[in-house]
Design a protein around this ligand. Structure first.
Ligand SMILES: [Zn+2]
Length: 254
């Protein structure tokens, strides 16, 4: 079962409004229920928790979680004490610290208690970051371009019931290609060290021989099912994103 930790209260770097940021204490999921795609997307959920970028519901601006000032943690609201709790606490010197918890809760400013959760990001947020951020670091540029690359594949992804994630492409073909080339360039300049992702980008660009060459640099004991499936797709000159089929075993052709 997934358990949540006390949410962090953070301040939006733009409007300084307080937001609460959900956090997971323990995460359990059935691995066989998670669907993986060859571009690294998976369906384990909790997008707003995993994403390094949040959307402020107050000023509609995206921001990096790491740039937000941490104000504190918001504990669970203590249960209202009934007459028995009050007598018991008085008799035992507040042994169970229920009075203390009530006092602590009452001392928390109302603007923190009523902080809204940060919202999940949309494509527009990532485009804003890409084009509107002065001095975007190579690390953040790679995160942004990876997300836009994956968003550009969403119309090719199917849910388990067979319906598409989105009805039509949300990004123009020219942008998708230019973005993939820019992400590839970040790999080539060693700002990203992920040969499987590099091979997948090359495959989706139709550069099959180069993609195969990248996979051949991976030690055989580091070859994952994902890499094996990408290699199989290269062999049949397929360039679309694919669901990784962990239920079958692929044999490397070389
Ligand atoms: Zn804001």
């Amino acid at each position: 079962m997934t358990r949540f930790a006390a949410p962090k209260i953070i301040a939006c770097p733009t409007c300084k409004g307080y937001l609460h940021q959900l956090r997971i204490a323990t995460f359990h999921c059935n691995p066989s229920a998670v669907r993986y795609w060859t571009d690294g997307v998976h369906s384990s959920g909790f997008e707003v928790i995993k994403s390094p970028l949040l959307h402020c519901p107050e000023c509609a601006t995206p921001f990096w979680k790491n740039d937000a000032k941490v104000i504190g943690e918001l504990p669970d609201e203590p249960r209202k004490m009934d007459w028995f709790d009050i007598i018991y606490a008085k008799l035992t010197g507040d042994k169970e610290r229920k009075f203390a918890a009530q006092r602590h809760w009452e001392s928390i400013p109302e603007e923190i208690k009523s902080a809204n959760p940060g919202k999940p990001t949309n494509i527009g947020d990532w485009l804003t970051i890409l084009y509107g951020s002065a001095g975007l670091s190579p690390e953040r540029e790679s995160i942004t371009r990876r997300k836009l690359w994956q968003e550009g594949n969403n119309h090719l992804r199917l849910r388990s019931d067979g319906t598409p994630w989105v009805d039509s492409p949300k990004l123009a073909n020219d942008f998708v290609k230019q973005n993939m080339l820019a992400l590839l360039h970040l790999h080539e300049r060693n700002f990203v060290n992920d040969p499987i992702e590099k091979a997948e980008i090359l495959r989706q660009l139709g550069r099959f021989d180069e993609a195969r060459g990248v996979l051949e640099t991976i030690r055989s004991d580091h070859l994952t099912m994902m890499a094996s499936q990408i290699r199989m797709l290269i062999d049949v000159t397929s360039s679309e994103v694919q669901l990784v089929n962990y239920g079958e075993t692929y044999t490397n052709s070389k």
